[in-house]
Design a protein around this ligand. Structure first.
Ligand code: BGC
Length: 249
């Protein structure tokens, strides 16, 4: 069976509205079966979320170790922050939780870190050496910093303080929606954000992801940076693929 093949892994992406999972062909960098999406339980407490993760694994009959993303700082498996998730997660050892609830060993990592690793391995930053920043624009702003192919985990650049604000509250896609910003207005916010980031890190390439990256032709012309910017290639699949890859080691 495909799931037992040496080059197959399994990834799960935990988000605010959906929890998605699929077996991944780690050589090709793509799903080996259609993914399954289940609704994130509300409240999204650790136990309730882990149960849904277990249901996804059961659905595919996956009994081996798996990778899992989480939209917060996850330091060696321990969730340290909860900017856009249930605060009950803070301090939870997600490795222990997943093991006890699903019965399988898990590697739990930050969502943007997983997406970044996938983009470097298989997507828009494939083959790039030097300093690559992957930035996900969604409810929050996620960041992954990869240097010569090696991830610096949990960079959290969405929470830089810019003009007295937590940057993601002004420049995330959710801020554009909430404030009804035009593409041009949002582009100006992104310019302020990315110029701050590039003045601190001097990346060689910025890859941007999130649902809104599909509409980059509308807003990218309004974003001014010295660093080349390119849309993510794996889009919604990146988190799952990256988590599976990281878990496989
Ligand atoms: C969180 C990050 C996460 C990002 C995208 C931020 O609010 O602090 O850990 O990667 O949102 O989900």
């Amino acid at each position: 069976m495909s799931k037992l093949k040496k080059h197959h892994g399994f990834g799960i992406d935990i988000g605010g509205s959906g929890i998605k999972g699929a077996p991944v062909d780690l050589e090709k960098g793509r799903f080996s079966e259609d993914r399954l999406r289940l609704v994130t339980p509300q409240p999204s407490t650790p136990e309730a979320v882990a149960k849904v993760v277990g249901e996804i694994l059961d659905h595919f009959g996956w009994d081996a170790p798996f990778g899992c993303t989480f939209p917060a700082v996850v330091q060696h498996g321990v969730v340290q922050t909860a900017a856009n998730v249930d605060p009950a997660w803070i301090g939870v050892d997600a490795h222990e939780l997943m093991k006890s609830v699903t019965g399988r060993k898990a590697l739990v990592v930050n969502d943007a870190d997983a997406a970044g690793v996938a983009e470097v391995e298989f997507g828009a930053a494939k083959g790039h050496s030097g300093v690559v920043l992957i930035s996900t624009l969604g409810t929050g702003i996620g960041s992954a910093l990869v240097i010569d192919g090696k991830l610096v985990p949990n960079t959290e650049l969405g929470h830089l303080e810019i003009d007295g604000f937590d940057a993601e509250t002004r420049a995330a896609d959710s801020a554009r929606e909430r404030e009804g910003l035009s593409w041009e207005e949002w582009g100006a916010r992104l310019t302020r954000y990315f110029q701050t980031v590039e003045n601190l890190l001097w990346p060689d390439l910025i890859v941007f992801g999130g649902g809104v990256s599909k509409k980059a032709d509308r807003w990218l012309p309004y974003v001014e940076t010295r660093t080349p910017m390119t849309p993510a290639a794996l889009l919604n699949d990146a988190g799952i693929i990256g988590a599976a890859l990281l878990a496989h080691g």
